[in-house]
Design a protein around this ligand. Sequence first.
Ligand SMILES: [Zn+2]
Length: 276
Amino acid sequence: MPGFAQNLDSLLWLQHAAGVVLFGGFALMLVAEMLAPATGARWDLRRLAHGGQNMLLWAIGIVVVSLVFGGTIWLLLQWMQFRRIGVLYFLPLPFWLHAILAFALLDASDYIFHRLSHNVRWLWLLHAVHHSDPQMDVTTNLRQHPLHIIPTELWRLLACAAIGVPAWVFLIHEILNLGFANLHHAAVRWPRWIDTAFSWLLITPRMHWSHHSPDMARTNSNYGMLLSLWDRAFGSLTPPVDDAPRFGLRALESPRWHSAWGMLLTPWRARKYPEL
Ligand SMILES: [Zn+2]
């Protein structure tokens, strides 16, 4: 085990970095949305109200998740690393290969859970809250139903235990995930060359915009957050969308679905909608 992985200061530094990427990335994307807005993305009162409701849902989610997990996720990850729990610890791997495989397999497990969230009915009803946003911007990233965050975190803990993901690898993956989530949802007019240069390896913002399309063939594609490898390997990749895409879900277009209260109730209200 490398010295720095056991060094609590390094782990604390990584935890702080995750916070900086989440909040700093959010602030940076807000500025980018003002300087280079995506086609049709204008700042007005309606958009401010929309962002406020998304952020209110996020605040409720933070309270719920803190009540359910407290600091146990982080403690469990460190305990699993200390006890060397997971398949990779049983293999005679050099340290660097263990880290790379743990990172890639954790990313694959996120892909699988996201795909399940689109294909298992109760998970989809919860995840649909994230997809129903008709005006995608950086606040859409925060639009997650609290009851979807709980199974997501449980899945990630189980994945780490099965794979053997060291706590510091989890944190690096989390930092990149948070950074990419801000990039993917921001209403920024990204240069086209980003897709040409990176889509062979990474999920670019326009590839994720495709995932937020009301066209269900596109919604049910591009499940990756970081690597495009899994969508490519499992046949769920669609090309990036154009500069003025439409977002949301056709069954959930009315304003009643977009208040924080409406979003909290979406899984119950929308369960009778066969078209969803
Ligand atoms: Zn999705």
